[in-house]
Design a protein around this ligand. Structure first.
Ligand SMILES: Cc1ncc(COP(=O)(O)O)c(C=O)c1O
Ligand SMILES: [Zn+2]
Length: 404
């Protein structure tokens, strides 16, 4: 464990549906009663006043700087987290949280780092994951570092980088003719016979723990004053759920008050189940038929914990918005050309959403808004090149992309 004077013990795992409390002494997936996702709960009261923001000064520049509120296990770390919070050069109150600098180039590193850390602590030997691509790459890397087998199921048409990475890290890869939901079904069918532990999104409690560190970083990097809003490209919603958990924890620790950012989910019009449910005022979503978008990470027809995502949007007075793949590509080019940030299409969707919400008056220019660029565009070279070939960007003299 990192050298921290106080450590929050995990007290129990709590079902997000029925409140059932389960011990964390053994690996768990979901609530045995109702399939609800499990939250990891710590004795935070014991930390109040003993773990303070001042103690973070000079600590490791990774998510493990918050070790007191992470599992007390030996981290399988590749240097994940504490990514830059870049003030936009164009929009005065906009900040870009650039998750492209993580190991394996996306924010998925955080969740898989925590999940593999715990798998290693529990002595697990074989992990399986259905993935849209980036979670697979992250699992493959952390499993390699931990000496654990990774069994990966992802759609046949994943971005090329994901496939090359997974194979190079030595993972067992199965390409599936279908979507992440089909991959999940295959993992569920085979896991028992194969002795795999399933670390699917929101079916494994520690991925949220890794992702929650984004919430701690948003607060720390903005001087412990939360922004007015956060725009988050939403597939399974792990980061959104994790950040809101972090805000709650920080309030319990006495680090922040009751104020919360408005949480905004952005999806692609080619796969927008959360947006549809939000627009219809529903508490859960329906599986999106024929999901298709170049933002591979947003191609999630039905999020397992959709009920948590929708609850967060409602309670935080946020919203959900769908943008087209053309808007995504336009935003991707604009970010690169005007900010020097080569974003993943999912991250670019956050900029596309901001532009729309600014135009609609949902945001005023004085609102402080954090846009999550969840990954590096370098993971999507083949996807971006293909989109560019299909519909080349209009270029002005000097090669500068049109208005930002
Ligand atoms: C780059 C990127 N952004 C966003 C997402 C969506 O993440 P979440 O499942 O946390 O909603 C993914 C998921 O694969 C992704 O790879
Ligand atoms: Zn339950």
């Amino acid at each position: 464990m990192l050298n921290c004077p106080v450590v929050a013990r995990i007290t129990f795992l709590e079902c997000s549906r029925c409140g059932e409390r389960l011990s964390a002494d053994q690996p768990r997936t979901v609530c045995p009663q109702d399939g609800g996702s499990l939250y990891v709960r710590y004795d935070l009261e014991a930390l109040r006043g003993r773990f303070t923001p001042e103690m973070l000064a000079g600590r490791v520049a990774s998510m493990w700087r918050y070790a007191e509120v992470l599992p007390d296990a030996n981290p399988v770390s590749l240097g994940e987290g504490f990514t830059p919070m870049l003030p936009s050069r164009h929009y005065p109150n906009v900040f870009i949280k650039d998750e492209g600098l993580n190991p394996t180039g996306t924010f998925k590193a955080r969740g898989l780092c925590a999940a593999v850390t715990m798998a290693s602590a529990y002595g697990q030997k074989k992990l399986a994951i259905p993935s849209a691509g980036n979670a697979a790459s992250a699992l493959a890397a952390y499993a390699a570092a931990a000496g654990i087998e990774a069994h990966i199921f992802m759609p046949r048409d994943v971005p090329m980088a994901n496939l090359v990475e997974c194979r190079t890290y030595g993972a067992h890869v199965t390409l599936v003719d279908g979507l992440i939901s089909d991959c999940a079904r295959m993992v569920a069918e085979r896991r028992q016979a194969e002795g795999w532990f399933d670390i699917s999104t929101l079916k494994e409690p520690f991925r949220v723990e890794g992702k929650k560190t984004m919430g701690y970083e948003v607060a720390e990097q903005l001087g412990w004053e939360l922004p007015n809003a956060v725009i988050y490209p939403t597939g399974g919603g792990v980061g959104l759920i994790g950040m809101c958990k972090a805000f709650e924890e920080m309030e319990t620790l006495g680090w922040i008050g009751k104020e919360r950012p408005r949480m905004v989910s952005v999806q692609s019009t080619g796969c927008a189940p959360i947006v549809k449910a939000w627009d219809e005022g529903k508490a859960t979503s329906e599986a999106w038929p024929h999901a298709s978008t170049l933002a591979a990470g947003l191609r999630v027809p039905k999020a397992y914990a959709d009920y948590l995502i929708l609850d967060i949007l409602r309670k935080s007075h946020g919203t959900a918005i769908a943008v087209t793949d053309d808007e995504i590509m336009d935003a991707l080019r604009a970010w690169a050309a005007h900010e020097g940030i080569f974003a993943a299409p999912e991250g670019a969707a956050a900029l596309a959403a901001y532009r729309r919400l600014l135009a609609s008056g949902f945001f005023k220019p004085e609102h402080k808004v954090v846009l999550f660029n969840t990954g590096s565009g370098l993971k999507y070279i083949d996807v971006i090149a293909a989109a560019e070939k299909k519909a080349p960007a209009p270029r002005a003299i000097g090669g500068i992309i049109g208005p930002y």
